[in-house]
Design a protein around this ligand. Sequence first.
Ligand SMILES: *[C@@H]1O[C@H](CO)[C@@H](O)[C@H](O)[C@H]1NC(C)=O
Ligand SMILES: *[C@@H]1O[C@H](CO)[C@@H](O)[C@H](O)[C@H]1NC(C)=O
Ligand SMILES: *[C@@H]1O[C@H](CO)[C@@H](O)[C@H](O)[C@H]1NC(C)=O
Ligand SMILES: *[C@@H]1O[C@H](CO)[C@@H](O)[C@H](O)[C@H]1NC(C)=O
Ligand SMILES: *[C@@H]1O[C@H](CO)[C@@H](O)[C@H](O)[C@H]1NC(C)=O
Ligand SMILES: *[C@@H]1O[C@H](CO)[C@@H](O)[C@H](O)[C@H]1NC(C)=O
Length: 927
Amino acid sequence: MGRFLAALSLVASCVSAQSVFNLSDVSWTVSNGVNATVPGKLPSHAHLDLLAAGVIDDPIYGFNEWNQFWVQRMNWTYTSGPLKGLGLTSWLVFEGLDTFCEIKLCGVKVGDTKNQFRKYTFDVSSILPQCKGDPVLSLNFGSASKILDVNPVAKSSANSYRCLATVNSANGYNGQEFQGRTYMRKQESDFGWDWGPVFGPAGPWRPAYIVQKAKTDPVYITNTAIDIFRQGQMPNLSPDQSKPWVFNASIDYIGDLPKGSQFHMKIVDSKGHTLKEANLVDISQSSGTITGNTVINSKVDLWWPSGYGKQPLYTATLSLISPGTPKHATVTKRVGFRTIVLNLNAITPEDRAKGVAPGASWKFEINGHELYAKGSNFVPPDVFWPRVNQTKIKETFELAVNSHFNMLRIWASGAYLPDWAYDLADEMGLLLWSEFQFSVAYFPATPDFLAEYEAEAYYNTRRVNHHPSLALWAGGNELEYLIYGWWLNPRNNTQLEDYETIFQQHLAKCVYANTHSISYIPSSTYHGYTKLDFNSVSPQTSRYDYMESPDAVYLDTDFYNYDGTIAFQYSGYPVGRFADEFGFPSMPSVYSWQEAIPESEFNFDSSYVRHHNRHLSSGSDWFSQSAAGINQFTDSIKLWYPLPELSDPVANFTAWTWTSQVFQADYYQAQIAFYRRGSGLSNRQMGALYWQFNDIWVGPTWSSTEHSLRQKVAYYAAKDIFNPVIVWPFYDEATDVLEVWVVSDLWDKVSGTATLQWVDWKGNPLDVDPPVGVKPAHDGSYKVNFDVQPINATRLVTYPALTTFFACKNPTSNALLSISIQAGGYTHTKFFHQQSLRLSSIADPGLVMTKSLHGNTAQFKITATKGVAAWVWVDYPTTVRGYFDQNGFWLHKGESRTITFTVWDDWSSGAWINDVVLRSIYDNVDQ
Ligand SMILES: *[C@@H]1O[C@H](CO)[C@@H](O)[C@H](O)[C@H]1NC(C)=O
Ligand SMILES: *[C@@H]1O[C@H](CO)[C@@H](O)[C@H](O)[C@H]1NC(C)=O
Ligand SMILES: *[C@@H]1O[C@H](CO)[C@@H](O)[C@H](O)[C@H]1NC(C)=O
Ligand SMILES: *[C@@H]1O[C@H](CO)[C@@H](O)[C@H](O)[C@H]1NC(C)=O
Ligand SMILES: *[C@@H]1O[C@H](CO)[C@@H](O)[C@H](O)[C@H]1NC(C)=O
Ligand SMILES: *[C@@H]1O[C@H](CO)[C@@H](O)[C@H](O)[C@H]1NC(C)=O
């Protein structure tokens, strides 16, 4: 019985006073029944237990992904030690089984599961009496790819795109994505993506419990949905902010809830003051679910995303009080008060009067305010979820909010995030655009699959609805985009019918049945709807390619271009209302490569490097396709930057990997500046979420942070360009016009002053004429005052014929426009160069760095003593983990900047600071 008590305290915060036996507390073995039997854990994946036992090496090192292919092609059975002290009436509760699992208790079959994303409960009261001695639980996980290999539907070529089981086990596995994955409910990226490997892991990936039934306490709570919304609010529509809050609560349970039970709520603020305590009214009860609500008329503190206000949180306790039973089933959730809407409705006459183009909005509104969404896309942070701990997610979110993000898109597919991850986002003010696990493929719409989709969507929408950080539900990733890209005819295709059945009917129903507060869209990258009707089985009538007028704008854009020659051509960027994906891959740093391949392989042509690259381009075989993918970034470097040519192979590799990151950073800044300026143009662009924030392993990807959360140059570049008030030079080569713009996403008008000055690379002022009407100071610098309206943009200055402007006195290769602004307490700077850095006369900036360590932070003062410094970059060694407040910046001649490093982990007692190194793009120049 001792175990029961220990287990109780672990879960007391979320479930009732039942006796709960945590299956993590018992010993486990894992076996393939053939040649490997090792101690197991729960939660776990077989790979992790084999790694812990030393049977396999670090799965993400070198070619281990291929060497360990056998692991994902076998069954793995988790067997518990004897379960002592169980009563005879119990439920088995699994928070998550990955994926095909046959469950037996003392040899008697309990059930089969086939959906990684569901919570399963089984009543084993009829089995327990059959057990001789202490019962033993066994979980036999099948090989997902093997099971799909023999599935006739998945194999059938009729289902064409991404549906074939093509894993080639006979000829050796070549790292290609397994296409049968859309015929199972398992994380799709487990079978490879263009940024990740193929491990197809199996195991009990989330916690599991045995819950003992008690006569005195007849109900066990399995899920809770709390929905806090403004009276009268409906999803996807802007609510009336003057209305009181409705607190709607619903509990799913197993067991028998006695007739006449009361449903009670109490909500307290962070200081313990009760905001409201009441019995819920309008009670409705169906099998295993009870629902009720109450109205909260008192004043509450609103929750705001990071950058816009505080994140006050409240604690809500729900109890089911049954007559004649001494104990109450109780559940506690932390909640917040906010409204969040994705507004896709027609442009209003008021907006038209402000110069907004016709069409429809594509914007988030938080507590009635338009919000410019700034952020990125989140992918699974590791190939094995059971080893993703709260520290890792907390650090990931910390980097996000420190980079001026207010939003992360939790990409499908992926897995639904655990509650504790939403809890962290609630505390940090990070909005999580959440998606169902369906990504850029055709998905079957047969009744058995539809039932699985509904079960998982119903469970997960209810489970996370109480989190104020939850921003949106999207049916999946790039599904509508796929219709335009591959299916060609969106109005005549059975696959389209299946798409509509799943995403416009079934998933829409699951969201709308469970929430008034959260908007739904069938697909990320969505052109919106022409009609919204909550009484229809298909509430959103998708617009697809229908345009009301030629000048109408609807698009949520998703844009990739791998031709480096046009990377900085603004005319090639998409004009839409929102950008939910865009990007370009870069190499991880040498520090990350050190964790993944031998140092002897540090070159772009290494088969190890190619193996870790999954962004393929054309080629005769897989390795040449990978080489072609990598060449897309080496080719881009060759166009735009001075080329490092270092005889030491490690130094050369270091310089090239870094330069690939500089190109990525440069490109992301230009695109983000372009999208943000759109907030002040007729397309009224309202969001920029770059692809992708984090990495699942070490390889060349679009990420801005590496697998260890080491930051790439793009991370700091995005932070810089996500400043609330920014200045950016837009040069159009075709017209030879340079326009300098200021953009603000503040909610109030902001006024400020810009200082502009033309200088050469040595930092000397250039003798050029100022724009008409501007009176320069003696060093040629001049000031311009500006105002920017809320979430808007202003053109600061225009140089109508830039090349002619220079022609007389200065070569473009040695001319930089230095621009700095000050506005409302914000500053931002930018150097414009018309000529590529490759063809520029970059001078030695004479960089000097001093270092000082103060406990958990360190300061680095960097000075450019001789000239302008471009892309100043400070690298920290692997003996420390943490992040800078800024990096990858430019300096004027004579300018100093002090940057701060925040330490997460230090394994060197401070000695790491000696190994901090400095570089800039001048280090690429042949000296
Ligand atoms: C187990 O057997 C498979 C082939 O059936 C083999 O690939 C694998 O290396 C073996 N593993 C161990 C630990 O012996
Ligand atoms: C492998 O696992 C699957 C899924 O649980 C099961 O159906 C099958 O019987 C198992 N096979 C063996 C040989 O244990
Ligand atoms: C942006 O500001 C301009 C004035 O600079 C104004 O004319 C325009 O209406 C504003 N746009 C919006 C959407 O408020
Ligand atoms: C959390 O995970 C990281 C790996 O991401 C690991 O280094 C760290 O030790 C873990 N922390 C805890 C407390 O388990
Ligand atoms: C749909 O496509 C089929 C096959 O191409 C064609 O025969 C049929 O006319 C099309 N129907 C419509 C309404 O376009
Ligand atoms: C440096 O690396 C680049 C990129 O792989 C390569 O093209 C170049 O030949 C290397 N230079 C030397 C001197 O090895």
